[in-house]
Design a binder for this molecule. Structure first.
Ligand SMILES: Cc1ncc(COP(=O)(O)O)c(C=O)c1O
Length: 402
């Protein structure tokens, strides 16, 4: 196996990095994790009921600043249920960015609806509100009170912004458009727990938002997710649907098809311990990002990620753009070079309008996502990244041009 193959086997969320490699993004378990998990085992509360589940929900709701939080088995399940409770119906359409991990697009399909892929903006690589607006005004029209995509004939129901890489979308602009066109907003905040938009935590104050706690996220429960909302009725419905839609707890009567999506107490125990450290994790990520930017901003051909004036990024995954003409090699050759230096790096996801999995979906004026995808490389960003390891990454990148 080549070095790059060895390294790429460790890209799965939470996979332990091969001895001697600098991992891309691995968990930090340095608090009360053992203590709380032991409590679950000692008390026999190991499954999807137990005190840690509600404690984790309350802790996340109060951190984000939302009225309700509902824990789920993973972030994809959270998105699936959030779409349903937000009223997205089969054969309707949901607008989402072309540049994202595939999970939100899949969740739209699980709900029987269809994604429409819209471009990202070039500065922060998030869903572009201007193009969302242009799509809605140029390619949609009202018919019988419904907003119809003129190309597909389907009803447009929702916008699903994905706050990628720890940086928020321009959420006020997107909500303004959503309100104008009477669309609901389902936020995918899975990569941005701890980020702020203006003075608000990402995921607060909107219609409904989802988080993920898989192994590479800023806090982890091994696998897990959360739905947050301020709407009492949506919260109640989400709780009902994620717990098999049980209408009678004694007689086991179910009036709807529900889902077995509830997080377990053991996972929630990890979540509680991780929440206690979240502020420190965000500070560590932001410090790591600032150090990369200090060291790499003058390397010709490398562009560092920017932070919007209205944003405080959680700097979840530090990602640079490589201009091959100036730097000398492209992002994929730099990836190989870093692999030979035992450094895990990773390109961003194949843009969704190119995904065979979503070949049947409509897309609109995608000009930026492909360019970013071609140039982007994410660098080691674990909370526990050691200073000497970060220096090694920096030298491996800057050394190629010196
Ligand atoms: C943008 C985005 N959405 C959704 C998910 C899905 O989360 P999970 O892996 O917990 O299902 C992830 C991460 O995995 C993600 O990065």
């Amino acid at each position: 196996m080549s070095n790059i193959e060895v390294i790429s086997t460790s890209f799965e969320p939470g996979a332990a990095a091969k001895e001697g490699t600098i991992p891309l993004c691995v968990p930090q378990m340095s608090g009360n994790e053992w203590l709380y998990v032991k409590e679950c085992i000692d008390t026999n509360w190991v499954s999807s009921a137990g005190p840690f589940v509600s404690r984790f929900e309350q802790s996340l709701a109060s951190y984000v600043g939302a009225d309700h939080a509902i824990a789920t088995v993973n972030g994809t399940a959270a998105l699936h249920i959030a779409l349903i409770v937000a009223g997205v119906q089969p054969d309707e359409e949901v607008l989402l960015p072309a540049l994202t991990f595939i999970a939100p697009a899949n969740a739209v399909r699980y709900a029987g609806a269809w994604p429409v892929f819209i471009d990202v903006e070039p500065n922060y690589w998030q869903l572009d509100p201007e193009k969302v607006f242009d799509f809605l005004t140029e390619q949609c029209q009202y018919s019988n009170g419904k907003l119809i995509n003129k190309i597909t004939g389907r009803t447009v129901r929702a916008i699903l912004p994905v706050h990628i890489l720890g940086h928020p979308c321009d959420i006020d602009a997107l909500y303004e458009i959503a309100r104008k066109f009477d669309l609901v907003v389902v936020e995918d905040a899975t990569e941005s727990l701890g980020a702020k938009y203006k003075d608000r935590r990402v995921g607060s104050g909107g219609d409904i938002a989802c988080f993920s706690f898989n192994g590479n996220k800023i806090i982890t429960t091994g696998g897990g997710g959360m739905i947050v909302t301020n709407r009492d009725d949506w919260a109640e419905r989400a709780r009902y649907l994620t717990t098999q839609a049980k209408d009678d707890y004694i007689e086991y009567v179910h009036n709807e098809v529900g889902y077995n999506y509830r997080l377990t107490n053991i996972q929630a125990a990890l979540g509680c311990a991780q929440m206690e450290q979240l502020d420190d994790f965000v500070s560590a990520k932001r410090r790591i990002a600032a150090q990369y930017t200090d060291a790499l901003r003058n390397v010709a051909g490398i562009s560092c990620p920017q932070e919007a004036p209205w944003a405080s990024s959680s700097s979840w995954l530090y990602t640079v753009l490589v201009d091959a003409q100036v730097y000398g090699i492209d992002s994929r050759r730099l990836l190989k070079h870093l692999a030979h230096e035992n450094i895990q790096a990773r390109p961003l996801w194949q843009p969704m309008h190119r995904s065979k999995a979503h070949a049947g979906s409509h897309s609109y004026r995608i000009e930026v996502a492909d360019t970013i995808h071609g140039k982007a490389l994410s660098l080691p960003s674990s909370v526990g990244l050691k200073a000497r390891d970060q220096l090694h990454v920096i030298e491996a990148i800057s050394g190629l041009t010196s």
